[in-house]
Design a protein around this ligand. Structure first.
Ligand code: HEM
Length: 435
C-alpha cells in the first residue's frame, strides 16, 4: 500500500502534548533535536527504539510531513485499537471532513483513474460497509482454502529454478514475483496474458505517489484497467471458477458491484496484497536468520509454524503504520486534543511492541500465546486478505525452511537496503546462500 506520506524526506516532530509546562517544553526540545527522518532507509532499519521512546513520553504526537502537512502519530496499543475501531470520530475519506487543509482526494494511491476512487479502503460507512459485504461473498475462506494447491504449485515453480544453484536474492527472485503470480492466477488471468499482466502490475505496485512515479505508471495503469474491464465483461458472459467470476456474481440482498467498483476492487486486491506479502516473507526470513535458535526450532517442529507466523507478524510486520484517518471533529485521544480535519496515523508496529500488551515485547517468542497483534489492523477496515496472507506466509516460509535448511545471509545485514517511506517496512534486496 503506498501513500502520499510514503516519501523519504525528513519529518519533524511538532508537539508533545500530554505533559504540561516546563516538562512538556523540555521533552519537546529534546525530541525535536533527536527526531530522525521517519521515512529514511537508516531509520527503517531499526525504528523500534524511537517508537519505544514515544510510547513512554508522547503517545499521541504531532509531526510535520515533508510536504508541509501536519499529521499525528498514535503509538500505544490501546490507543491504536481505539482509533482503528472508532469510525465515528476518525474517518477514512477526507471529503467527509469539510475543512481547510484536508486534501481534495484520498492520498494513499495515485489518482490515475476515476474508477479507482470507489476503492473501499478509502471509504467510510455506509459506502464501505456495503462494498465490503458484497465482496465478502466472493472472497470467502472456502475460496482461499481452495487455492492452497495452486499457491503451493506457484511456490514450487518459483523455487525449482534454484534447485541446483548456490545463491539467490530472496526478494527479487522469490518474494516479489510470488504475490503478483498468486493474485493473477486467483483472478483468472489467462496463461497467454500473464506476462503482460505481470508487467503492468509490477510497474503499478512499484509506483509511489510522487508525480514522476504516477506519470511513469500511468500507461501501465490504463492498460491494466482496460484489461480488467475486458476480463470482467468476459466472466459476466462466461463465468469460470475464479475470483473475477465470483466478484461479478457476488450479491448481497439484491445488491451487486458496478463495473467501476469491481475494477477498483481488483486493483485494491493487487496493491494491498502485494508489498505486504513481499515484506511478510522478507522480514520473516530475515528475523529467523537473526534468531538461529528459533529458526532451528521451527525447522524441527512444523507444528510451530502457525503461532510462529503470528509472532513474525507482530515482531517484524510488513507495515509500520495503518493507512491514514482524519478527525471528523475536534477530538481527544489519550488526553491529547487533536483538531478537526487532522491527519492521524496509527503506528501498528509500535502497538505490537507495547510492553503493556505483550510480555517481553522486544523478544521473539514463536510460541507466544495469546498474541493479539494488530498487524492486520482492527475494526471495519480489518485486512480482507488476512487469511490469504496467512496461507501464503505459511506455505512460503514452510517451503524455504524445508528446501533450504542451511539458507543464510550472503551480505552483512548493514548492507541490506530498507525501502523508503512511512507505511511499509521491508528490505529491497536480500542476497542469500542456499546451501
Ligand atoms: C501479511 C500481509 C498483509 C498485511 C500485514 C496486511 C495488513 C493490512 C492492514 C493493516 C489493513 C488495514 C489498513 C487500515 O485500516 O488502514 C489491511 C487492509 C486491507 N487488506 Fe491487507 N494485509 C496483508 C495482505 C493482504 C492481502 C494478501 C490482500 C488481498 C489480496 C489484502 C487485502 C486488503 C484489503 C482489501 C484491505 C482493505 C479492507 C477494508 O478497507 O475494509 N491484504 N491490510
Amino acid at each position: 500500500m503506498g501513500t502520499a506520506a510514503e516519501t523519504g524526506a525528513p519529518l519533524e516532530l511538532g508537539t508533545v502534548c500530554h505533559v504540561a509546562g516546563d516538562e512538556h517544553r523540555r521533552i519537546l526540545r529534546e525530541t525535536r533535536l533527536s527526531t530522525p527522518n521517519l521515512g529514511s532507509r537508516s531509520f527503517k532499519a531499526d525504528p523500534y527504539p524511537f517508537y519505544a521512546r514515544l510510547r513512554e513520553t508522547s503517545p499521541v504526537t504531532r509531526v510535520s510531513l515533508p510536504n508541509g502537512a501536519p499529521a499525528w502519530l498514535v503509538v500505544r496499543y490501546d490507543d491504536c485499537v481505539a482509533l482503528l475501531k472508532d469510525q465515528t470520530r476518525f474517518v477514512k475519506n477526507p471529503l467527509s471532513v469539510a475543512t481547510e487543509g484536508a486534501p481534495a482526494r484520498a492520498a494513499w494511491m495515485p489518482g490515475i483513474a476515476r474508477s479507482l476512487s470507489q476503492n473501499m479502503l478509502d471509504l467510510d460507512a455506509p459506502a464501505h460497509a456495503r462494498l465490503r459485504r458484497v465482496v465478502q461473498k466472493a472472497f470467502t475462506p472456502r475460496l482461499i482454502e481452495g487455492l492452497r494447491s495452486q499457491i503451493q504449485a506457484t511456490i514450487d515453480r518459483l523455487l525449482d529454478r534454484f534447485a541446483s544453484t548456490r545463491e539467490m536474492d530472496l526478494i527479487r527472485d522469490f518474494a516479489l514475483p510470488f504475490p503478483v503470480t498468486v493474485i493473477s492466477e486467483m483472478l483468472g488471468v489467462d496463461e497467454e496474458d500473464r506476462a503482460r499482466f505481470h508487467r503492468w502490475s509490477s510497474v503499478i505496485v512499484a509506483a509511489d505517489t510522487s508525480r514522476w512515479h504516477a506519470l511513469r505508471a500511468a500507461p501501465s495503469a490504463v492498460a491494466f484497467l482496460r484489461y480488467a474491464r475486458r476480463l470482467i465483461r468476459s466472466r459476466r458472459k462466461d463465468p469460470r471458477d475464479d475470483l473475477t467470476s465470483a466478484l461479478v456474481a457476488a450479491e448481497d440482498a439484491g445488491d451487486t458491484l458496478s463495473e467501476d467498483e469491481t475494477v477498483a476492487m481488483i486493483f485494491l486486491l493487487l496493491v494491498a496484497g502485494h508489498e505486504t506479502t513481499v515484506n511478510l516473507i522478507g522480514n520473516g526470513m530475515l528475523t529467523l536468520l537473526e534468531h538461529p535458535a528459533e529458526h532451528a526450532s521451527l525447522r524441527r517442529d512444523p507444528g510451530l509454524v502457525p503461532s510462529g507466523l503470528e509472532e513474525l507478524l507482530r515482531f517484524e510486520g510488513p507495515l509500520l503504520m495503518a493507512t491514514e484517518r482524519y478527525t471528523r471533529d475536534d477530538v481527544e485521544l489519550a488526553g491529547v486534543p487533536i483538531p478537526r480535519g487532522s491527519l492521524v496515523y496509527p503506528v501498528i508496529a509500535s502497538a505490537n511492541r507495547d510492553e503493556h500488551q505483550f510480555t517481553h515485547a522486544d523478544s521473539l517468542d514463536l510460541a507466544r500465546e495469546p498474541n493479539r497483534h494488530v498487524a492486520f489492523g482492527q475494526g471495519a477496515h480489518y485486512c480482507m486478505g488476512a487469511s490469504l496472507a496467512r496461507l501464503e506466509g505459511k506455505l512460503a516460509l514452510g517451503a524455504l525452511l524445508t528446501r533450504f535448511p542451511e539458507l543464510r545471509l550472503h551480505a552483512p545485514r548493514e548492507t541490506l537496503r530498507w525501502r523508503r517511506g512511512l507505511l511499509l517496512r521491508g528490505v529491497e534486496n536480500m542476497p542469500v546462500l542456499l546451501r
